[in-house]
Write a protein that binds this ligand. Structure first.
Ligand code: ADP
Length: 758
């Protein structure tokens, strides 16, 4: 087999993405590689494809247990033998896995770096044929990176002990020069093929918002995106707890994750999120490394992170499936204080000298400053990020809030002159707070202490408010007309470029958004603001919903995350192609042979059932076929915005009550009654979420399967347990609803607002 057949057979894709082929070919020719690619670019395939073509075993070093589990699950689903060896297994499981590995059962083995030192593992490695060692999240090897892991340094010692040197391949999403150098040197890569692919993630929309109340913002955002999965990152555990409590009290199925929770709680909550049981995750940055959930539609940062690296990595967890997703950062001045506090209290690394620690602190400070500028800038946010990573982007991306917003331009040259003079007058000894306070003529204790009242500059800009002065200062900083020192005091300095302003040769223009900050209206006007599922017409969307429901059903039966069965993108392509035969189904992106064998027929059946065997056009426009490469959806007409599911009292009166229904059946009957033109569908999952929120029932994972339970309250309301048969003949318990309970649900979804009599 060659790499193309492997790609189609196991992964179901027809083309490689940018850079993948180069790395795969290099590995196969025996050359070391370093792949620096943003999250979601498809790093895994770069080592998985050659691993299948090489003679021996590929050993993948990966920092996190959850990452390994996810990858191995996905590989096994695709029909590839792989295993992981880590502390989540018992001693005897580990021995067994190593025995099987030694007997050639697995092509790929995932292990944590700590594992390499153990006697048993080394014994295995010494007599096995290891063709390649892959180091995932390779930036963990660098002290300059964000996630330095001393145990990564042991990888080299391990490799040196092997009888033959395997090919080394390293992958990371962190691109700074220092980190890159460290990976090459510390890992001792030999003349590696280095590939840095574009960092741009075109499907991600970026925004910075400063709402007065962040809680309200988050709540209304989630309510507007009920059907979607998202992550809310907070800076502290306390914020996570508070926000989580708020969301749950509002009936939102949210999970939480931070280092203060027990291992079991974290595991359970993470699974709830991955399995879409709790589509919203509130978390600190402890969450997410190695989370490969492809259908995360938004990542909101409740607080500003410490660096652009962190931000891009966390935000990058949105939209891995290549579909449109939103990355929103909620900024407030308080965030700067929290972050400085966190930096000041960072645990010292015992393996670093004093000088190294100081250098790291200074770098942290620089990173934080770049992050703050990101929150302030009025230029294209994508351009800003790409420039930070050393890439040139277009001036405007038309897919971020700054490109979508209209700005008012004000000439603030005179104020800029006064600012420069003020800074020079105080001999460049103060930071932005003192300077702005002084120029605005404030009278607070700190300013009195510094004796700023005696300067000529005091109150020289009293016609402006302090925040306005700060805005001008920030603007001047981004334009290089002011600079700040690289310590935590960030004293404002006047670079030579400022002379141009003083001499009247250069004007300073302040750009301010026309609309109220905090409004998100700019979003919808963006030209790229369309999901790929928007390519589907109403019939297509209905088919999409059905296929999604089938996917959830299979996911439940197999205890697999839905996106591991098929991604949203695969389902959409399935709706566009509406395959009616095996060969047509095999053309759908993401459908490989193994996946076809497992699920193909059920999906074919679903398409057949829906179409009655007659293929119609389920998408808008003349687009031939939706494929990975077709990007032009601009011609697709906008959809009418439908309201959340609701029935009028008259529609509700027609509900066909029966002795017992399953929740999915109730959803189906309810949907039949609605006005399909203007009202979105509800689903079994949505109704069950309401049941959970109102404490009628609950769902727990037991022995690897979901078990539903009814509360006292639920029993009284008419919920009862009964047996069901899954399609593959397994019996399992599910909740049924009697007439009384049906009535209650119908009522929940009925509008009781009276329409005036005509
Ligand atoms: P990374 O590790 O770089 O964050 P992944 O390896 O998890 O990214 O890949 C992200 C997604 O892209 C996965 O869903 C993967 O199946 C998909 N993908 C990778 N390569 C291709 C390809 N050549 N064609 C289509 N989809 C791909």
């Amino acid at each position: 087999m060659d790499k193309y057949s492997i790609l189609k057979k196991y992964f179901g894709y027809s083309d490689f993405r940018e850079g993948q082929e180069l790395l795969i070919d290099s590995i196969l020719s025996g050359r070391d590689v370093l792949g620096i690619m943003p999250t979601g670019a498809g790093k895994s395939l770069c080592y998985q494809v050659p691993a299948l073509l090489m003679h021996g075993i590929t050993l993948i070093i990966s920092p996190l247990i959850s990452l390994m589990k996810d990858q191995v699950q996905a590989l096994n689903q695709a029909g590839i033998h792989a295993a992981y060896i880590n502390s989540s297994l018992s001693e005897s499981q580990i021995s067994k896995a190593l025995r099987l590995a030694a007997a050639g059962q697995y092509k790929m083995i995932y292990a944590a770096p700590e594992r390499l030192e153990t006697y048993e593992f080394l014994q295995f490695a010494l007599q096995a044929e290891i063709s390649m060692v892959t180091v995932d999240e390779a930036h963990c090897i660098s002290q300059w990176g964000q996630d330095f892991r001393p145990s990564y340094l042991k990888i080299v010692q391990f490799i040196r002990q092997l009888p033959g040197r395997p090919v080394l391949s390293a992958f990371t999403a962190t691109a700074t020069e220092k980190v890159k150098e460290d990976i090459v040197c510390v890992l001792e890569l030999m003349e590696p093929q280095v590939l840095v692919t574009g960092f741009d993630r075109k499907n991600l929309y970026f925004a910075v918002e400063s709402p007065r109340k962040k809680d309200d913002y988050v709540l209304s955002y989630i309510k507007e995106h009920r059907e979607e999965s998202g992550i809310i990152y907070c800076a502290t555990r306390k914020n996570v707890n508070m926000l989580h409590e708020l969301l749950v009290s509002e009936g939102i199925a949210a999970a939480k994750y931070h280092a203060g929770l027990s291992g079991n709680e974290r595991k359970q909550n993470q699974e709830d999120f991955i399995y879409d049981k709790s589509p919203v995750m509130t978390a600190t940055n402890a969450f997410g490394m190695g989370i490969d959930k492809s259908n995360v539609r938004y990542v909101i940062h409740y607080n500003m992170p410490q660096s652009i690296e962190n931000y891009y990595q966390e935000a990058g967890r949105a939209g891995r499936d290549g579909e449109r997703a939103e990355c929103i950062l909620l900024y407030s001045a308080q965030d700067v204080r929290i972050n400085r506090f966190l930096l000041d209290n960072k645990e010292p690394n015992p393996e670093q000298t004093r000088e190294e620690m100081d250098a790291v602190r200074e770098m942290d400070e620089q990173r934080l400053r770049a992050m703050i500028y990101y929150c302030m800038t009025t230029e294209c946010l994508r351009k800003y990020i790409l420039r930070y990573f050393g890439e040139r982007g277009p001036d405007r991306c038309e897919n971020c809030i700054n490109c979508a917003r209209e700005y008012e331009e004000t000439d603030v040259t005179q104020a800029a002159v006064k600012i420069i003079k003020g800074i020079l007058e105080v001999r460049q000894r103060y930071g932005i707070n003192v300077i702005a306070g002084m120029l605005a003529g404030e009278n607070r204790a700190k300013l009195r202490e510094y004796g700023v009242f005696d300067y000529e500059a005091y109150a020289s800009l009293k016609e402006l408010r302090e925040p306005e002065i700060k805005m001008i200062i920030s603007q001047m900083q981004t334009e290089g007309l002011l600079a700040a020192t690289n310590d935590k005091y960030a004293l404002l300095k006047v670079p030579s470029a400022a002379n141009e302003v003083l001499r009247g040769e250069r004007r300073v223009i302040l750009k301010r958004p026309k609309e109220e900050p905090g409004k998100r209206s700019a979003r919808s006007s963006s030209g790229n603001g369309m999901r790929k599922s928007d390519i589907l017409n109403s019939k297509g969307l209905e088919l999409f919903d059905r296929l999604r429901a089938l996917r959830t059903e299979i996911a439940r039966e197999e205890s697999m995350p839905p996106y591991i069965i098929f991604s949203d993108k695969t389902l959409i392509d399935m709706c566009v192609r509406a395959p009616l035969s095996k060969s047509e189904m095999m053309k759908v992106t993401g459908v490989g042979e193994n996946k076809y064998e497992r699920y193909g027929e059920r999906f074919l059946h679903a398409v057949f059932e829906y179409t009655g065997g007659v293929r119609e056009k389920f998408y808008f426009g003349e687009t031939e076929k939706f494929t990975e490469t077709s990007k032009d959806y601009a011609a697709v007409p906008a959809k009418i915005k439908k309201s959340e599911f609701i029935l009028t009292a008259a529609q509700a009166a027609d509900f066909p009550y029966k002795e017992k229904y399953l929740v999915t059946e109730i959803a189906e009957k309810l949907n039949d009654l609605r006005d399909a033109q203007t009202v979105k569908k509800t689903s079994g999952a949505e109704i069950f979420r309401r049941m959970q929120a109102e404490k009628y029932a609950d769902e727990q994972r037991q022995d690897g399967r979901w078990q539903k339970r009814i509360s006292e309250k639920g029993l009284k309301a008419g919920l009862f347990l009964g047996m069901r048969m899954s399609r593959n003949g397994m019996e399992y318990e599910d909740i049924y609803y009697n007439k009384e309970a049906q009535k209650m649900i119908v009522d929940m979804f009925t509008s009781h607002v009276r329409t005036p009599v005509q």
